[in-house]
Design a protein around this ligand. Structure first.
Ligand code: PLP
Length: 287
């Protein structure tokens, strides 16, 4: 396995960064997760736009143009001869001293890892996930924008642990007002009486690229879809609940806080959107 690390390809065993890297010391950096389906890198432009936006927001200068970065990612996939894969792109502030000050980090670290990976077992797509609502809240937009995909994923990690301790597969995160925002690394949708709802991102959800694909596909397929705030109660009484994300794709949720959702099985709207999503990813992407 070849890893892209600061202008060159190195073997996995040799892909190491300094203990003085501020990505490691402080979580000072940004990242993206991207999928490759049948040799196509899915929504690469959107992922790079979000990476550059996250970096700009935290005043981190990515040392490549988007065109150069596109080529680096394509080359990493090719070098590893991958057909279906998960790509992790990381840009950190780089190595500095032990102080917080980013001015002591002369050059950012750029890492691209591509590996064959399937995140959830196919049986979970067939049977659905269990979610549990958690005590930890989504970080607020006035602290650090949820749109910044920073290396500070501590609250997402805490909510994941809280949900596992509650016997669930994934966490249902809310904002400080109690409105549902998202999962630990995926966006949430509910279906009630044939209508689909997802929280507006201003409530404190990442504007997921899969979320946006599903919003478009739902509308193209004749569903009514609203971006509107809702609470845990709306999740409990939904006919269907599903999550979207680069890793999760489209996955049904069949139990939330011990309430069975709908029939207790992945529902028809979720299944039909997963089907069209899987068709789109096969044909639509950067080679
Ligand atoms: N929400 C959070 C907090 C995430 O980290 C992710 C994963 O990237 C998502 C939602 C889903 O976004 P996307 O569909 O762009 O992968």
């Amino acid at each position: 396995q070849w890893i892209y690390l600061d202008n060159r390809f190195v073997k996995k065993e040799d892909a190491v960064v300094s203990v003085f890297d501020h990505g490691f010391l402080y979580g000072d950096g940004v990242f993206e997760g991207i999928r490759v389906y049948s040799g196509n890198i899915f929504r690469l432009d959107e992922h790079l736009d979000r990476l550059y936006a996250s970096a700009h927001s935290i005043m981190l200068n990515i040392p490549y143009t988007k065109e150069e970065f596109t080529q680096i990612i394509i080359d990493t996939v090719k070098k590893n001869k991958l057909y279906s894969a998960y790509i992790r792109v990381v840009v950190s502030r780089g190595a500095g001293n032990l102080g917080l000050d980013p001015r002591n980090c002369p050059a950012p670290s750029v890492i691209v890892i591509a590996e064959a990976l399937s995140i959830y077992a196919e049986s979970l797509y067939e049977n659905g996930l269990k979610m549990a609502s958690v005590a930890t809240r989504r970080n607020r937009a006035d602290i650090l924008s949820p749109q910044v995909k920073s290396l500070n994923y501590l609250n997402n990690i805490i909510v994941k642990l809280e949900s596992i301790q509650a016997g669930a597969d994934e966490a249902l995160m809310m904002n400080s007002e109690g409105y549902v925002t998202e999962g630990s690394a995926d966006n949430i949708f509910v279906v009630k009486n044939g209508k689909i709802k997802t929280p507006p991102v201003y409530l404190g959800a990442l504007e997921g690229i899969t979320r946006n694909v599903i919003i478009d596909l739902a509308k193209e397929n004749g569903y009514v879809l609203e971006e509107t705030p809702f609470t845990r109660h709306d999740v409990y009484i939904a006919d269907e609940v599903f999550l979207t994300g680069t890793a999760a794709e489209v996955i049904a949720v069949v139990n939330v806080d011990q309430r069975v959702i709908g029939s207790g099985k992945p529902g028809p709207v979720t299944n039909s959107l997963l089907k069209v999503f899987r068709q789109v990813v096969e044909t639509d992407g950067v080679k």
